[in-house]
Ligand binder design. Structure first.
Ligand code: HEC
Length: 162
């Protein structure tokens, strides 16, 4: 009798344990929306999520709608780049500043716009940019771009990314 009671006890503990732990693998299965993939498909996508999903920097731009690359805007951006940025930036090699070919894969577009429009404050407050300033030993001067100018430069940077 004692043996029977003990085994019923053990069996009920075992089942109790199994029923509690059984469902865990079903949790958190939902995949996050992959915005990089959406961008590659040239779909409209919210710019607040990218490689650094929450890091949009500090500045006047809070959100941007980005669609397929606008070649005319990219050409305007290239003109600005070639007159203003080329002194310090090459596309594929380190110069006074870092190479910029794939900078749109490093930061969200909103972050880039904010860095171009609010350079000094972001250099002071953003940890990654502080590191960059230390590494390059030069502080990128504020480029005095208008919002439209910065947007055109962003389009150029998007157009040259590999
Ligand atoms: C006088 C030199 C100089 C000029 C002109 C200049 N930059 Fe820079 N830029 C730098 C340096 C140095 C850094 C790295 C340190 C820092 O951020 O201050 C940098 C950093 C950057 C970064 C971040 C790069 C990374 O890998 O994180 C971007 C984006 C950028 N510059 C864009 C531009 C654009 C666009 C222009 C033209 C409108 C421009 N810069 C003009 C010197 C310059």
């Amino acid at each position: 009798m004692k043996l029977l009671v003990t085994s019923v006890f053990i069996i009920s503990i075992t089942f109790g344990y199994l029923s509690c732990s059984g469902n865990k693998s079903e949790e958190n299965k939902q995949k996050p929306v992959n915005n990089v993939e959406a961008a590659q498909n040239n779909k409209l996508f919210s710019m607040s999520k990218y490689e650094f999903p929450n890091d949009n920097g500090i500045g006047p731009i809070k959100e941007l709608s980005i669609e397929a690359i606008d070649q005319n805007l990219a050409i305007q951006g290239r003109k600005i780049f070639n007159s203003q940025c080329i002194a310090c930036h090459q596309l594929d090699a380190r110069s006074v500043g870092p190479p910029l070919r794939n900078v749109t894969k490093k930061y969200t577009p909103v972050f880039i716009m904010n860095y171009l429009l609010n350079t000094t404050e972001m250099q002071r407050k953003d940890p990654l940019l502080q590191k960059l300033v230390n590494e390059y030993k030069v502080i990128m001067p504020d480029q005095q771009l208008t919002r439209d100018g910065a947007r055109a430069v962003l389009e150029y940077l998007r157009s040259i990314g590999k």
